[in-house]
Ligand binder design. Structure first.
Ligand SMILES: [Zn+2]
Length: 86
């Protein structure tokens, strides 16, 4: 049994229904997601936000406007990579 397994419960992308059972931090850190953390769906490249229950919801424009320029650039880069893989 890996101690890294099950850091977050399995959840589904609300946009494309892709099953997300591992958090890939945009920053590349191996950290446990917190409510409010930003993620990018590897299925559809939508920006997702972790909720209080650590499920995810689609980011609203107001969430995106609150991002720092650095975070925004990281997300844009991640989306670019995901879309190229498809
Ligand atoms: Zn998705």
């Amino acid at each position: 049994m890996s101690s890294n397994h099950g850091k977050i419960k399995e959840t589904q992308c609300p946009v494309c229904k892709y099953k997300l059972n591992d958090a890939t931090a945009v920053k590349g850190e191996n950290s446990v997601p917190k409510p409010g953390d930003i993620s990018v769906c590897i299925g559809c490249a939508e920006v997702l936000i972790f909720t209080e229950e650590l499920s995810v919801r689609q980011a609203a424009m107001s969430d995106l406007l609150n991002l720092s320029k650095e975070n925004f650039n990281q997300i844009t880069q991640a989306q670019h990579v995901i879309r190229r893989l498809r």
